[in-house]
Design a protein around this ligand. Structure first.
Ligand code: 4AD
Ligand code: MG
Length: 477
């Protein structure tokens, strides 16, 4: 007999028909009521066992976490909390789960405990909801770009470049660390390494994406990204997923429009398609915040907050204006910022970004025209000679969610910048070629996918929105 999913049965009109399903026991009450979940929805289906006519040894094996197969009749439920249930006629244990050892008992576990059990945490309602949302968001990303004429471009994972120039790359090598080949000067001789040169895991697919935008017009990447930055924060991972659209002939304004439209579109998709999971996470947040002082509670519930972002314009503010606002702000005057703002040119820290978004504007903010000195080499220099056409999108509770720019398309200006900061032209000859042959205005940005998932799920720690997080000192599983 064909297997149905729990999601199908809960929405079906198969009343009084025989049904077949498989899943994992969430709870088993009164030797009668199994709450069965198969991952297809956050909801469990109640399966009622005729315990008087069931072998007691079999009943004992129906424990939390066990995999079971059920055949029975779908009926309207007598009890509260569900509309339909399954009257079990045949039950088979597919895989036992020893209740004395199974870590995911039907009770509240801390997120820290669940992180240590990341291979099983997905069996909880919270992580089921998060990961279904993560999947829906990925689909929404591809849907948005495909419907808007973009091509999906697979940027390489192993590269020779450090696009962001921050020196936070993971080296890829097959050399023997104890006995590497040396040059005459005594340095490691990477000519003898696997790729015949120094190679690392990508920190961004942007530079390669630019070459594709200059032929296909509109492209985007969506892939794993690696950064060896030693940041143990709730917003940093060593391995994360980034989405990087790159568009020929787009200037910075068009880039900001694209960023705003894109984010609104993927959030709308979850509002329309992930109601049950969002409602669950909203309740979870409300419960979590009950323990907090009123000042620390969110002003909006999760779904209202998502609607707010979709329905309102992001505020666009230049870096220079933002610095003025911050300099004159209460926390700055009262020396409440860990990094006080005293002049133009300072890099913004997450405390400043969050002040602008959460306290001052109370909506997502796009900051643009940053000082050249604090941004990457490839951003287009403005006429003032000191700012670049950069833009960051800042979100409540998150801070920076997007970083992007209009690119420097003028060969001479780009070369001069590279020389100034010591990037060897020979290393990026292919990148410079795009400026030699048919150069044009173009722009793009990178959106940190996990930060987006954090925002949509309301999860405070980025380690809880990626299946198996990689962070400094941690690559378990
Ligand atoms: O601002 P970033 O460094 O920009 C770039 O990499 C550009 N090449 C993008 C482009 O223009 N194509 O990173 C972009 C975004 C950040 O805004 C943030 O959301 C996310 O990537 N991000 C991280 N997310 C999780 N963990 C980290 N360690 C991250 N570093 C950046
Ligand atoms: Mg950035």
């Amino acid at each position: 007999m064909k297997k149905s999913s729990v999601a199908e049965l809960l929405n079906s009109d198969k009343i009084l028909q025989e049904v077949h399903l498989k899943g994992w026991v969430r709870t088993f009450r009164s030797n009668r009521f199994i709450a069965l979940n198969d991952g297809s929805t956050i909801k469990n289906i109640q399966c009622v066992v005729d315990f008087e006519n069931t072998n007691p040894d079999l009943l004992k094996r129906i424990s939390t976490g066990a995999a079971i197969s059920i055949t029975g009749t779908l009926v309207e439920s007598q009890g509260k909390g569900q509309t339909v249930e399954v009257q079990v006629t045949d039950l088979e244990i597919l895989g036992d789960s020893n209740p004395d050892e199974y870590p995911i008992q039907p009770k509240k576990h801390t997120l820290e405990f669940l992180r240590e059990n990341a291979h099983l945490r997905i069996r909880t309602n919270t992580f089921g909801a998060i990961m279904r949302l993560r999947s829906a968001l990925s689909f929404a990303v591809h849907k948005y770009f495909t419907e808007n004429g973009f091509y999906y471009f697979h940027s390489p994972i192993v590269t020779g470049s450090d696009a962001e120039g921050a020196g936070e790359t993971f080296r890829v090598t097959t050399l023997d660390p104890k006995n590497p080949p040396l040059t005459e000067e005594g340095d490691v001789n990477y000519k003898e390494d696997f790729f015949g040169k120094e190679a690392n895991l990508t920190v961004s697919g942007q530079l390669e994406a630019e070459t594709y935008a200059m032929a296909l017009g509109k492209v985007y990447t969506f892939g794993p990204t690696f950064r060896a930055e030693n940041s143990n924060t709730t917003r940093h991972l060593s391995e994360f997923w980034m989405i990087e659209p790159e568009v020929a002939f787009n200037d910075l304004d068009a880039n900001m429009d694209l960023g705003e439209d894109f984010i609104k579109s993927v959030i709308s998709y979850t509002l329309e398609n992930c109601k049950d999971d969002l409602e669950f996470l909203e309740q979870r947040l409300i419960q979590e915040e009950k323990g907090k002082p009123a000042a620390q509670r969110s002003e909006m519930a999760l779904i209202e907050k998502l609607r707010f972002v979709v329905d309102n314009n992001f505020k666009r503010v230049s870096y220079t204006e933002a610095i003025e606002i911050l300099r004159n702000s209460k926390p700055n005057k009262k020396k409440k910022f860990q990094f006080p703002i005293d002049g133009w040119g300072a890099d913004l820290q997450s405390e400043h970004e969050r002040f602008l978004v959460e306290k001052h504007f109370k909506c997502p903010v796009i900051l643009f025209d940053y000082p050249a000195d604090i941004k990457a080499f490839y951003m287009r220099l403005n006429e003032d000679g000191k700012t670049v056409r950069a833009m960051d999108i800042l979100f409540p509770g998150i801070g920076e969610i997007v970083g992007g720019s209009q690119r420097e398309e003028r060969l001479d200006v780009l070369k001069q910048k590279m020389e100034e900061i010591g990037i060897d032209e020979k290393e990026l000859w292919w990148y410079l070629d795009t400026r030699k042959f048919g150069t044009a205005v173009h722009s793009g940005f990178g959106l940190g996918f996990e930060r987006l998932v954090q925002f949509v799920t309301g999860m405070g720690n980025i380690r809880d929105v990626i299946p198996f997080p990689r962070t400094p000192q941690n690559a378990e599983f």
